[in-house]
Every structure is written in structure tokens, then in C-alpha cells.
Design a protein. Structure first.
Length: 729
């Protein structure tokens, strides 16, 4: 059956109708390696679907001989439904699914080759973390100092790179548990084998092990899969890349569809280099560029293309459209984040009156703490909104915890708040300690806090638990005594610090910990806007009531990372300021690569819009409890002038009187607020020059590559940094 399939003509097939020339070329190039560079809104799903339909209808392969890989189950289901709509049940038997689903399917066929029994189980993240805690305990590693969650992230990163324990390079050991992470990884894998279990990272890692150690099994799958199709290739990690390369080596009929300009998930293992080196990996590969955009206006595409052209690491393409309706994107400079929210709220109301539904509008932020100002404004205006990909600001765990601290201080009878925070962070006040507190409170019909104070002064509890409970009660009493004697926002800030709650998140190594700290800073800023803590808590209660239960059409509010793959008529992009976007942490940790991924994220944000984009930057912003006066984002400077209209708003988020006539807001001197292009940075520093960095301290320049410098810092060694974050010392 290997080479016995007939070829049937399909030149006039319905699935080819309506394809533009590059799309049709991508569909009909069936033999050999093919990279389809598909820009935003250029119809990649249609191309993939038509290609699958053609392969099956032309009888180039049976369904079981086609491997089609997606990144989400939703994408796999959508592709299957589209193919079935075109050619019916001929698609039954396709190997169509996510990397993990297909890896699991292969592993179920050969478990013994990975040291597993057929009935192996798959651990979820909670089970994985519990098992890692056991591994740490067995190795006498302090889990408080070296948390299991951090080890889990390290292990997952190594598995994403395709490394088994014995393959982890010596220089990758890192500082976790004083360099013991590779040994802990090995112990974890042994425990998984004992339990006859795998985690999600193992699904592909075990596949690689099987393929690399058993040539016959690899040859079986190489022979089976006549054609391989891969969606979103720019988001593949190293393990996925190696898996695909091994499977494609024999027939080389691999078609990868992706967009190097939309690779924005480096923080979770994606390697943009996989798509950039496709031609080197597959000799004789053909590249087809899909550049005709069917979504956005010319000005949106022109602005996005001009911005992304500043990236070095890209294969290059230019999006275009034959749409004639277009208006420049607008870039606003506003005084602060609150004015930014007022500006967006006013424009959304005007657009709604003009007949554009709320469901066709979105606000895309770089960091989740930015959402609070927009949520507040939308509630005040009565605009329905929904937060996509996460909870609303006041529903976030860290915000609820902080508010519980404030309620416990203000309201001694609030038992729910007391229970939420009494052991948060961990103080050694567990269920065994709280049981007698509950019994006393019920028996005496008194609040839990009062019962706790009574028990803490007796011998009813063990000394350690008694001391912990007494310390917590003293802290609550101390904060309560300070009510009215110091500014309430300062007190709230002190509670978060003195309770150890902020420190808990500082020590947390999870990817979301920095965002939680930013949200706590935003919360303190919001508290300062009210006269008292009581007023603030009443406001929160009213906001939560107003937010609950609405199913009406809503404005979408989400992060830029969560917006990939979505589209809207109108898109608002706030917070385009240096340090926020591009994000300082991304550049500090990854240098030029981090900056280029941030620029790709900006490109993704702009290309979500069909009709119009509004970008804004604030002249001052409260971040982590501190007022900053950031520069406008360099990305604003990089937008082509012919596609941009720049405006300046007053303190109320409205266009100043000098633009729209007297009577609207206070008059602002336009010249004072003009967004001036940043001066060229070349030549600022020289090799050997002594410099200062806000995070890394003092150092000396060792090498210069345009705006990227290698600096030897006195306290942390060599670091790659952007020159705009250095000062001459």
C-alpha cells in the first residue's frame, strides 16, 4: 500500500474556488518541504483545510497516512469540521490533533519502550507538584526555600527542550537547591516510573526517546505518514521541533504554516528560530508568502508592517489589502492611566452611538494591572464588559486576599475575612489549631477573632500554634490601632508588607507572580483615591454587584498574549510606555530577543483590528505603588507617520480645547505635550566605559552590537542589556 495510491485530478474542486494565487500555490504544492508564511488575516486556516481536502480527494494519501498537528483542541476540531464539510466522511481516520494528543496516541502503542505499562496514567499539574514535593522531602531539600512549583517550571523547561535527566548540560544546573536540580529531575522521573505515570511534558519526551532508541519504530511512523501538516509553526518548542523533524526525515512532505512575526510565546518555551531556519533544516524547501490581508484596513497594515520591519530576526513579508476604506490609527498622549481609561470610555460610547456593537470592541493591555482603571470606568459609564482569559480585577486571588486583610482590620466580626487570611501566608495555623477556635466561637457566639485571642492566652493549644495565633492577633490589633492616625493607603500598603503577604509573592517563582505584585500596587493606588478604607470597601461591593450576571453584548478586556487569533472592529492599545511596553523584565532577561518578541506582541495587537486602532501612552503612571514618568514607547516612534495621527488629551482624557474648540476641558499647550522622536542612540557608550543599571548596579561595557550591550556588572557578572537602560557612571 506504500506507493499504490492513484492520483486523481482535482483542478476544478470546490475547495480551490476563491483562493488567491499564493493561497492556491500553497495548497497545490504537495510534494517536498513547504513553509507557508501566513501573515495575520491572510486565510491560513482556509489554506490548511483546502490542502487536507485536496490530499484526500486526489487520493494522494489515505486519512491514516496524514499527520495534521495543531496547538489547541479547538483548532483541531475546527479543521476537522471544515474538511468534513468539503469532502464528507473521507476524512475519517486522520491523525489530527495537538502535539500532546498525538504524542499520547503513539505512546499508548509502545509504552514498554518508554519503561511504562499499558495502563499508565497522566498526572495533572497539581499531582505533579505534589509528587515533586515528595521528591524534595526525600532529598532533604527545604521546600519553603526551594518550592516545588519552581522545580516544576525548571523540569518542564528541560522537557520542552527535549532533555532527559542525563542530557541536561552541566551549565544548566542553575542555583536551585545549590545546583541539585538535575539530580532532582532524575529522582522525579524515577518516581513517575514507579507510579507508572507521566506528566504532559513526558508525552513528547518519551516519543523522542522511543524514536531515538528504536530505529524500527521510527521507520514505521516515517513510512506511515506520507504528508505532515503543522499549524502555528512559530510557536513550536525544541521537543516539538525534534519530533516533527524525526517523523519527516524519510518522505520530507512536510508543510508548516506560521508567522514568524507573531511568535510571542518565548516565555513558555516557543522558539522562533524553528521557523527562521526551516530552509536550512529541509534542503530545497519552498517558501510561499501569504500577504493579502482580508481583515484590516490599509493604514492598520501599513502601521503594523512599518513597526515589525524593525526586527532583525524575521523572514520578511509585507501585508496588503484591496480595501479602500481606511483611516490612520490614532496615538494619544494622556496625563495618566485614569485619563487613558476615560478616553477609551468616551470613544466607546461614541462608537456605540454610531452603531458599532460593544462586542466588536476590545481593550488589549500588556499587564493585567492595567485592567483596573478600565473596569472602574466601564462600571461608572454603565458599559458592559468581560475580562477574557482571567478574572476581573477585584476577583483576582491576590486582590481578594488583600481586601480580606482590610476587612479583618476594619470589621472585627468578619469571620470570613479572618478565616481567609489567618494562615496566609503560612504561619503554622492549620486546621487542627482552628478547630478549637471554631468550637469556642460557636459555643460563646462570639467572632472568630475574639475566640482566637482567648485561646491564645490559655494552654488549650500547643505552644507553637498558640504563639503563632497570638502573633497574628497582635498584628491585627496593631493595624487596627493605627486606623485614623496615618493615611489609609499607607496603612494598606504597610499591612501587605508587614503581614508577609507581598513577600510571599516575591518568593514565588511562578510566571504570574510579578503580575500579582503589580496588581497589589494598583490596588493600593486605587485605595488612595478614597477618603477612607470604609468608602473603598463599599465601592468594591458596589462594583462587584454591578459586574455580576450580565449576558449582554460586552467590550472585551484582555492581555495582548490572550488576544492572538482573535479579531475586532475596534481595538484600544493602552500603556505604550518604556518599561511597560516593551516590558522592562522581558528586556532585562532576554536582551535583544526579548525586545523583538515585545515588538512582535505589538504587531499582534495592531493586527487584531479590522477598522481602527487607538494607541495611548501616559505621561505618568502608578506601578507597584510608585509614580513613574515614563517615556513614550519606542514602538510609537517606529510607527510610519503616513499611517498615524497623533493627538494629545487633557487631564480628563479629552482632546484639548485648542483642537476641538473652547469649552471642552482645560486648555493645554500642545507644544509642551508634543511627542518628539527619540534621539539616535548610537555612539552613546564605548567599550570599557563604566555604566550604571537600575537593577544590576555598576559595571563596564565589554561589547556593543548597535543598541545591545554586553556589560560586566560587579555584582552579577556578564549581562546583555539595552543601552537606553544604562547611564554613564
Amino acid at each position: 500500500m506504500d506507493d499504490a495510491l492513484p492520483a486523481a485530478p482535482a483542478a476544478d474542486a470546490p475547495w480551490l474556488a476563491g483562493l488567491n494565487p499564493p493561497q492556491r500555490e500553497a495548497v497545490e504544492t504537495l510534494d517536498g518541504p513547504l513553509l507557508v508564511l501566513s501573515g495575520a488575516g491572510t486565510g491560513k486556516t482556509r489554506v490548511l483545510t483546502a490542502r487536507l481536502a485536496l490530499l484526500l480527494a486526489a487520493k494522494r494519501a489515505w486519512p491514516s497516512q496524514i499527520l495534521a498537528v495543531t496547538f489547541t483542541n479547538r483548532a483541531a476540531n475546527e479543521m476537522r469540521e471544515r474538511v468534513e464539510a468539503l469532502i464528507g466522511e473521507m476524512s475519517a481516520g486522520l491523525w489530527l490533533g495537538t502535539f500532546h494528543a498525538l504524542g499520547l496516541r503513539i505512546l499508548r502503542r509502545h509504552p514498554e519502550l518508554a519503561g511504562l505499562r499499558p495502563s499508565f496514567s497522566i498526572l495533572d499539574p497539581d499531582d505533579q507538584e505534589r509528587l515533586l514535593k515528595q521528591v524534595l522531602a526525600d532529598a532533604n531539600v527545604d521546600a519553603k526555600h526551594w518550592p516545588a512549583r519552581q522545580l516544576s517550571a525548571i523540569v518542564q523547561r528541560w522537557k520542552d527542550k527535549g532533555w532527559r535527566p542525563e542530557q541536561v548540560p552541566a551549565d544548566e544546573a542553575g542555583s536551585f537547591a545549590n545546583g541539585r536540580a538535575p539530580a532532582l529531575y532524575e529522582a522525579y522521573q524515577e518516581r513517575l516510573a514507579d507510579l507508572n505515570a507521566v506528566d504532559f511534558g513526558d508525552l513528547l519526551l518519551h516519543n523522542l526517546t522511543i524514536f531515538q532508541r528504536d530505529a524500527d519504530v521510527l521507520a514505521q511512523y516515517q513510512k506511515r505518514f506520507r504528508y505532515i501538516l503543522v499549524d502555528e509553526y512559530q510557536d513550536t518548542n525544541v521537543a516539538q521541533y525534534l519530533w516533527l523533524r524525526l517523523l519527516a526525515q524519510r518522505r520530507r512532505n512536510i508543510c508548516c504554516v506560521g508567522d514568524d512575526d507573531q511568535s510571542i510565546y518565548g516565555w513558555r518555551g516557543a522558539e522562533v528560530g524553528n521557523i527562521l531556519r526551516f530552509e536550512n533544516d529541509f534542503e530545497g524547501a519552498k517558501i510561499v508568502r501569504l500577504e493579502q490581508n482580508y481583515r484590516s484596513t490599509g493604514d492598520i497594515l501599513g502601521a503594523a508592517s512599518g513597526l515589525i520591519a524593525n526586527n532583525r530576526g524575521r523572514l520578511g513579508k509585507t501585508l496588503w489589502t484591496d480595501r479602500e476604506d481606511s483611516r490612520p490609527i490614532t496615538v494619544h498622549t494622556v496625563p495618566d492611566g485614569e485619563a487613558e481609561a476615560r478616553l477609551a470610555g468616551g470613544e466607546i460610547e461614541a462608537l456605540q452611538r454610531a452603531g458599532i456593537g460593544l462586542g466588536q470592541m476590545a481593550v488589549l493591555v500588556r499587564a493585567s494591572f492595567q485592567m483596573r482603571a478600565f473596569e472602574e470606568r466601564f462600571v461608572a459609564l454603565g458599559l458592559n464588559y468581560r475580562v477574557i482569559g482571567g478574572p476581573r480585577f477585584y476577583e483576582r486571588r491576590e486582590v481578594r486576599d488583600a481586601i480580606a486583610y482590610l476587612r479583618a482590620v476594619l470589621f472585627p466580626e468578619d469571620d470570613l475575612a479572618f478565616e481567609r487570611i489567618v494562615n496566609l501566608p503560612k504561619r503554622g495555623i492549620g486546621d487542627a489549631t482552628l478547630q478549637p477556635v471554631h468550637r469556642l466561637a460557636r459555643a460563646e457566639r462570639i467572632p472568630l477573632g475574639q475566640a482566637a485571642r482567648r485561646l491564645a492566652g490559655t494552654e488549650e493549644l500547643k505552644a507553637r500554634a498558640r504563639n503563632a495565633l497570638a502573633g497574628f492577633c497582635r498584628a491585627i490589633d496593631g493595624w487596627r490601632a493605627r486606623l485614623g492616625s496615618e493615611p489609609h493607603a499607607d496603612l494598606a500598603d504597610a499591612i501587605l508588607e508587614e503581614s508577609g503577604y507581598r513577600e510571599m509573592w516575591r518568593k514565588d517563582k511562578g510566571l504570574d507572580a510579578p503580575g500579582r505584585l503589580e496588581n497589589l500596587g494598583e490596588l493600593v493606588q486605587q485605595i488612595a483615591r478614597f477618603d477612607t478604607l470604609e468608602e473603598f470597601l463599599e465601592h468594591v461591593a458596589l462594583v462587584m454587584e454591578a459586574e455580576s450576571g450580565s449576558e449582554a453584548e460586552s467590550v472585551s478586556l484582555m492581555t495582548l498574549h490572550g488576544a492572538k487569533g482573535l479579531e475586532f472592529d475596534i481595538v484600544f492599545l493602552p500603556g505604550w510606555e518604556e518599561g511597560l511596553f516593551p516590558h522592562q523584565r522581558a528586556m532585562d532577561e532576554n536582551g535583544l530577543a526579548g525586545l523583538e518578541e515585545e515588538r512582535r506582541l505589538a504587531y499582534v495587537g495592531i493586527t487584531r483590528a479590522r477598522q481602527h486602532v487607538t494607541i495611548s501612552s501616559a505621561m505618568s503612571r502608578m506601578v507597584m505603588g510608585r509614580w513613574l514618568s515614563p517615556l513614550p514607547s519606542r514602538f510609537i516612534d517606529e510607527l510610519p507617520d503616513e499611517h498615524v495621527e497623533r493627538q494629545v488629551e487633557d487631564a480628563f482624557g479629552e482632546a484639548p480645547a485648542w483642537r476641538y474648540g473652547a469649552g471642552r476641558g482645560r486648555v493645554i499647550d500642545a507644544a509642551a505635550w508634543e511627542v518628539k522622536p527619540r534621539a539616535p542612540r548610537t555612539g552613546q557608550f564605548e567599550v570599557g566605559q563604566r555604566v550604571f543599571h537600575q537593577k544590576f548596579g555598576y559595571g563596564a561595557v565589554r561589547a556593543i552590537d548597535r543598541e545591545v550591550l554586553t556589560v560586566f556588572f560587579e555584582t552579577s557578572g556578564d549581562k546583555t542589556v539595552i543601552d537606553s537602560f544604562l547611564q554613564p557612571a
